[in-house]
Design a protein around this ligand. Sequence first.
Ligand code: ADP
Length: 521
Amino acid sequence: MGQVLPPGVARAAWSSALDALRGELGADAVLDADDALAAYLDPFAPGDARRFCASAAVLPANVGEIRTVLAWAHRTQVPLWSVSTGRNFAYGGAAPRVSGSVVLDLRRMNRVLDVDDTLGYALVEPGVTYFDLHEALRARGSALWVDPPAAGWGSVVGNTLERGFGTTPYGDHAAAQCGMEIILANGDIVRTGMGAMSRTTSWQVFKSGFGPSYDTLFMQSNFGIVTKMGLWLMPRPDGYRLGHFRFRHDDDLAAIVDTLRPLKLDDTIQSHVAIDHAVRWGAGIAPRRRWYDGPGPMPDTAIDAMVRALGIGRWNLRFGLYGPEDLVEARLRTIRRAFATLADAELDATDYAHATSEPEGGGDRSQVGIPNMSAFQMLNWRGGQGAHLDFSPVCPTTGHDARAQYTMVRSAAHAAGFDYYGGFTVAGRHMHHIFAAIFDKDDAAQARAAHDLVEALIRQTGDAGYGQYRAHLAFMDLAASQYDFNDHALMRLNDTIKRALDPQGVLSPGKQGILPARFRS
Ligand code: ADP
């Protein structure tokens, strides 16, 4: 039996509760041996991985078994922590916010339930990964693309519920979601939107349905367990071009963002746009010791040498243009003209018209709907057992805000001995600014420093009016506390909904700072 007990449950009671659960679901659906539970610890823990520790994991195979687990959780008062595939790396993995929770691991529910090639959508279960969906589409000869996030092995449902993003025109995953099935804490099964009609023909084509619409209530929340989710898929275009801009100067950032914004707002650039700092680009190619092997952050001179050797920019822009060749050409001309005002900008645009060949680099593959794992190359940047902790503030798409955030993050990172490994993904009016503190997880001092740096950054940027879009388990409370308008009215509303839907607080306590009273110390 694992070391950690659910809160308030004695060892003997726990042992018989587990026996009861095994009796109902079968022995192989309930894991509590230490070696099995290791998979549910935070793989990139910035400090002691046992700070967030499951007491067991349960792997239901269908909706009926989830309801069985829910009834058990109410009987035993044991909290559950729902994950789809649990690969939420850099934010806590599959580990629960409240130690002793049982991880409700939905990976066995992994069917692609429906694909509609005409209307461009799919309906999937939580265990379906981006790789799985991509393969399923290929296998049926579908001309639909997925929009993969940086790491293709994660769950479509999990990533969408966390409001993850990719880099095609369908890069806003929450926006591409259409229709859900949810099990509430009381066991009731609800379908949202048009799915509320039992004889629906339109579940995945119209989001709202009739009356109030609830889908976003189940994103980044602990109000229910999502068991099916619809998503819109992009029809494969006739052709596409991938543009790469290189900028020579660190100071170009503000002008890049101000030049880009109108091109995004009027849809000249259809895809999400990545603005990668040189270190983020370089880390995809080689470990840092190739350029610099000393202590502290990589000096500017070493970054410059790397930039020259790799033929990259201090900032690097990546975007995709899709569709018929004449339209793509017209878009490209407009973009070139706009950026011509920036000194020393260089543009490459690679043509993959009619897609007879596929791009090779991971970022490029993501931009044309092919999931990959090349982002993990970053783990080799610093040496040792690479891990990273992400800091993820939302940034308005203005040069002023981009420069302010970059300056703040880079100087705090440098002071703590970290490189600025980061960049912006431009959606439209907002950008996701992602900075990763890369550390060797076997080096306790580095792990601690990463933790302290991200905590300090959340506080510092929060004071400047920038909130997080997502946060590691260790910082969920802090990030939530910054959404404090009217003396934390949003959290009062969250608590009210939580009490109404889950009065015993069995679902994912602590998720996004929503913590039922019985778990507050
Ligand atoms: P991925 O493997 O794609 O990274 P996870 O399975 O780790 O995604 O899910 C990320 C987070 O989303 C989880 O920690 C959990 O809070 C939430 N979540 C995931 N799946 C569900 C679900 N089916 N129902 C409710 N919440 C979920």
